[in-house]
Write a protein that binds this ligand. Structure first.
Ligand SMILES: [Zn+2]
Length: 189
């Protein structure tokens, strides 16, 4: 079953997905996120591929996006340090606004991965959803408010309760302090 208005502005092409990526960055940077060091490869995939890739890393749920990060640690030599290679899968055909939300969420996974920040799933996914909410609030459309409402009401202990917990933390601490608090959980290899 498809919804005609959604299908009309669905993201089926990679160049459109890259437009979305450009659109979210100013908003993310405003609150203190910085662009990744590593290269990000964006890929539109079908439901089957997304589920299969998710299973490989033990992720589950009704996924619309997925981030895989590979890293290499080089000690000594001319260029010591850690290099990253990220792959973001996005379900193809999502409405434009939904794609904005998904890509913002996945880019925060990249941000966390490059800092080796590990935390329980409700913290990590709730934090990533804060970025989704942030970009959705800038979109003054009906679908944006529906997607925001879905997160508010979600019964998922990870994506719903985790989001509401992190939202409360954000309200108390603000973005700079919240980002610093997460950076303290960083444990590089
Ligand atoms: Zn996530």
């Amino acid at each position: 079953m498809t919804c005609a208005p959604c299908l009309r502005d669905g993201i089926f092409k990679l160049d459109l997905l890259k437009e979305v990526e450009k659109r979210i960055w100013p908003t993310l940077m405003q609150v203190g996120f910085s662009k990744p060091k590593g290269k990000i490869t964006l890929q539109l995939v079908d439901r089957g591929t997304l589920t299969r890739e998710a299973a490989r890393i033990n992720a589950s749920g009704n996924l619309r996006g997925l981030t895989l990060t590979k890293y290499k640690v080089v000690k000594g030599g001319k260029n010591p340090g850690t290099t990253f290679d990220h792959r973001i899968y996005v379900l193809y055909g999502l409405p434009y606004v939904e794609c904005i939300s998904v890509l913002a969420h996945e880019h925060i996974h990249v941000w966390l991965n490059e800092r080796f920040i590990e935390s329980p799933p409700p913290v990590v996914e709730g934090f990533c959803n804060l970025a989704s909410a942030l970009v959705l609030q800038k979109e003054k459309s009906k679908l944006a408010s529906i997607l925001l409402e879905n997160m508010e009401k979600s019964e998922s202990p990870v994506y719903g309760a985790g989001y509401r917990m992190m939202k409360q933390k954000l309200a108390q601490a603000g973005w700079p302090a919240l980002l610093n608090e997460l950076k303290k959980k960083s444990s590089p290899p």
